[in-house]
Design a binder for this molecule. Structure first.
Ligand SMILES: Cc1cc2nc3c(=O)[nH]c(=O)nc-3n(C[C@H](O)[C@H](O)[C@H](O)COP(=O)(O)OP(=O)(O)OC[C@H]3O[C@@H](n4cnc5c(N)ncnc54)[C@H](O)[C@@H]3O)c2cc1C
Length: 466
């Protein structure tokens, strides 16, 4: 059941021109974009499934400018659709109700503290820039995923992004030591001291992380960095069926201390990726299921990885990379899935997670469940196997036909899983929030929203909005 937070926003055409004049004064005229063609570049999502309309894009460049912008929005009854790198896969950035788009990509300050292994990072810093800067200082940032070249730190905090190394370093929430943010009330908080132990009240980073921009705008964060493991091996394992691959993923997690990633995909996706990228299948014949395994350590993890792989039942074939170039090539078979699928057709992105005990059951049943609802749908499965996270991508459906979404989410919930492992609820999954959250929990969410964004200025179409 969707809950609508009280708000009374002006229709697009009725926004007081004085609002735009005041905004231009705050951010500078060049950072208020009103040209319809330019604005159109900010109103659809990465998949092309969701599109909205907006009268303008505002690009604040500091916490103070965000604070002034939120205050103006409250005064004029204007709502914002927050946007970082716009790589959301749940329609979280789309101005569905004529919101003014607030692009946060100009918040690009980045200060490393190599001694403490921490960094203070602007909300608009692109993830790959943070990763490269950390590496230059002898550290690494623990969160990584395929959209690293566009996704921002603020967006990854707002969605509590996961990615490929959650099993080793945890999700985005686990990296957060502090945030600077502007709440929907216009209040500014900044707690960036980086103390590892600091039990002084409510943990605002934890509250903002995963709140999908509905409570506050994250303008900066203090994040922990992780030790770089200098030695790395990547292997692609082939299996005769999904059950063997899933069993192997769970066994590797138990056996291999150096394990840093285990990614699952299947032959239809492999074939699509090969066709899209021009890569050849790394094996002499196709196999039904694949695991991409990465191990990293201070010393060469190859002997431990070989022992662990030898102990697995039912591995049909193995391709190994010990140098960076070959490792990147093996990773590409997995990471090119989203772009290859997008190229094939506009996907419905159903990012579910399952308990270890029912993951195999879900993978077994999902094709039949989809087929029972639509004979046109094509299903592509891949995901972060060790986290129980399967990305069910469905093409061949109209963007607004969510009958398959409904069937897949219900199957996940029936098997004890979540309708959103890591992409968030966004605007796409609001109607299924109740499958994972009780009435009482959703009521508490509404109370938090009402307290911290009483006028519904921030992302009113996301998570709780209708
Ligand atoms: C190819 C591809 C692969 C991906 N792989 C993964 C993956 O493995 N794991 C994963 O978790 N995600 C993945 N994603 C999804 C997406 O990249 C992440 O959710 C990412 O964290 C979004 O960052 P962004 O800057 O693009 O945020 P946006 O898409 O711009 O925004 C995401 C949400 O956060 C809000 N928001 C943005 N910036 C702020 C801010 N500063 N303050 C408050 N709210 C804000 C937006 O309103 C929106 O609701 C993938 C996406 C693509 C395209």
């Amino acid at each position: 059941m969707n809950r609508t937070v009280a708000r009374d926003h002006r229709e697009v055409g009725s926004i007081d021109p004085a609002f735009f004049a005041d905004v231009a004064e705050v951010v500078g005229a060049g950072q208020l974009l009103r040209d319809a063609d330019v604005v159109a570049g900010y109103t659809s999502d990465w998949t092309g499934r969701f599109a909205g309309t907006s009268p303008a894009v505002v690009r604040p460049g500091s916490t103070e400018e965000v604070e002034a912008l939120v205050t103006l929005c409250r005064r004029h009854g204007v709502a914002l659709a927050l946007q970082g790198g716009n790589t959301s896969l749940s329609g979280g950035t789309v101005a569905l109700n004529g919101e003014v788009v607030c692009s946060l990509r100009r918040l690009t300050s980045l200060e490393l503290d190599p001694a403490s292994g921490q960094a203070t990072v602007g909300g608009g810093v692109v993830l790959s820039d943070l990763q490269e800067a950390a590496e230059t200082a002898g550290w690494a940032y623990g969160v990584d995923f395929a959209s690293r070249g566009s996704a921002t730190l603020g967006g990854s905090i707002a969605t509590n992004a996961g990615g490929i190394r959650v099993l080793r370093y945890g999700d985005t929430r686990a990296q957060l030591l502090g945030v600077a943010a502007v709440f929907g009330t216009g209040q500014v908080v900044s707690h960036l001291g980086g103390l590892i132990k600091d039990n002084t009240g409510y943990h605002l980073p934890g509250l903002l992380c995963g709140s999908e921009g509905t409570l506050g705008v994250v303008t900066a964060a203090r994040v922990r960095l992780v030790r770089r493991a200098p030695e790395q091996v990547v292997a692609l394992l082939a299996f005769a069926d999904a059950a063997s691959a899933i069993e192997a993923a769970l066994a590797l997690r138990r056996q291999l201390t150096a394990l840093s990633a285990v990614e699952l995909f299947f032959e239809p996706g492999m074939a699509l990726v090969c066709e899209h990228t021009g890569l050849a299948n790394p094996f002499d014949r196709p196999h039904p299921a694949y695991l991409l395994v990465e191990a990293s350590d201070d010393r060469d993890p190859m002997p431990d990885l070989s022992r662990a792989v030898d102990s697995l039942r039912a591995v049909s074939a193995v391709a190994v990379a010990t140098d960076r170039a070959r490792a990147a090539e093996l990773w590409r078979y997995r990471e090119a899935h989203p772009e290859a699928i997008n190229h094939h057709g506009t996907p419905h992105k159903l990012d579910v997670s399952l308990p270890a005990a029912t993951l195999g059951d879900f993978v077994d049943r999902v094709h039949a469940v989809v087929a029972s609802v639509s004979s046109d749908a094509e299903v592509w499965l891949f995901g972060h196997a060790a986290d129980g996270n399967v990305h069910v991508n469905v093409t061949g459906l109209a963007s607004d036909n969510d009958s398959v979404d409904d069937a897949v989410f219900r199957l996940a919930a029936e098997l004890g899983g979540s309708v959103s492992a890591e992409h968030g609820i966004g605007t796409a999954k609001r109607r299924w929030l109740h499958l994972n959250r009780t009435e009482s929990e959703i009521a508490v969410f509404g109370r938090l929203k009402a307290a911290l964004d009483p006028d519904g200025v921030l992302n009113p179409s996301v998570l709780l909005g209708g």
